[in-house]
Design a protein around this ligand. Structure first.
Ligand code: Q46
Ligand code: ZN
Ligand code: ZN
Length: 319
């Protein structure tokens, strides 16, 4: 197996590109794909203050590393979800990454700040764990980015994630979500700008990137993911990809090029109904936002006097 660029020994094959790469050219390829995504969708400027949502897993640490490699300034944000050992360990990986590089990591602990954790809170609120978790993370990421004065919030969603979400949304024709399933959402209506620079890389590639760069990440899956539909969509797409390399890429990028605009009017209708949550001030279509309702039903509380606790922001510190 030879590198497509230098003919040296290759370490990875990327079937959708029908290409193999050596270590150096694979890393170059990762940087190129992220640069291309950033350029194509105007994701980030070098002068931007960037906040990366970091879970301690391969994707979020890879995107943080890649942004730094490409010359962007980026802080990290870690949210402790209270999922037992999984959360304890994921926090260590996020903190170690930041400490080793002298980076600023903001931490928010859901149980201590809001009085509930994902396993018990989701049960009390009668929501699926991943639904309660996703809602909590979205709210905390958005409010931390706004409170911290960041220009852009980065998440580590990769091509597999985006294709799986698209698969689920089209399978059930959740057209209200399709108009918002874009690699960049501009800042507006009380939301920060949100971008996904890894959409041109698969999770196999982000794992390989971390391995090659010596980035230690939490390999274990979250224990609450069992039975998650998102995972079964990923598996279905992986089966298709084996038989038809490039299928995931053409599914997702074909949607962006040819179909996503069709669903924007419906997403705009939802946006037109946004107002401030009476409890926390976040944008919502109801009187009280879904997050505040979840906090109440989960038996939690709202921190006083501000809704978001940013934890330590000392440079070089991670707690
Ligand atoms: S952390 Fe949260 Fe994931 Fe665990 S509970 Fe589900 S959503 S699986 S990214
Ligand atoms: Zn090479
Ligand atoms: Zn609220």
């Amino acid at each position: 197996m030879k590198c497509v660029t230098c003919r040296g020994p290759a370490v990875i094959d990327i079937r959708r590109q029908n290409a193999n790469y050596c270590v150096d050219h694979f890393l170059e390829q990762c940087r190129r794909q992220v640069s291309k995504a950033i350029r194509e969708w105007d994701m980030v400027e070098t002068s931007d203050r960037v906040l990366v949502a970091v879970s301690g897993g391969k994707d979020s640490l890879a995107v943080w590393d890649l942004l730094l490699e490409l010359g962007y300034q980026a802080d990290g944000l870690y949210v402790g979800l209270g999922i037992g050992d999984y959360s304890d360990t994921s926090a260590v990986y996020a903190k170690n990454f930041a400490e080793e590089r002298g980076l600023n990591l903001i931490t928010i602990d859901l149980p201590t700040t809001y009085g509930y954790d994902i396993p018990n809170g989701s049960r009390a609120a009668r929501r699926a764990p991943c639904s309660a978790c996703g809602l909590s993370k979205r709210h905390l990421f958005d409010s931390a980015a706004l409170e911290g004065g960041y220009d852009v919030l980065v998440t580590g969603h990769n091509l597999d994630d985006e294709a799986a979400v698209l698969f689920g949304n089209t399978l059930h024709w959740h057209t209200e979500y399709l108009g918002r399933q874009l690699p960049v959402l501009p800042a507006r209506d009380g939301f920060p700008k949100k971008v996904k620079p890894l959409v041109r890389l698969t999770e196999r590639e982000t794992a390989a990137y971390c391995l090659i760069k010596g980035i230690d990440y939490l390999v274990d899956e979250c224990p609450m993911a069992v039975g998650n539909r998102h995972l079964s969509y990923k598996e279905a797409l992986n089966d298709i990809e084996v038989k038809s390399p490039g299928a995931k890429h053409s599914f997702y990028f074909g949607f962006l090029d040819r179909a996503s605009a069709l669903f924007i009017p419906e997403a705009e209708e939802d946006r037109a109904q946004l107002q401030d949550c009476l409890t926390c001030g976040a944008p919502t279509t109801a009187d009280i936002c879904a997050f505040c309702r979840l906090v109440d039903r989960a038996g939690g509380h709202h921190p006083e006097p501000v809704p978001v606790h940013l934890g330590s922001t000392r440079r070089g510190s991670s707690s």
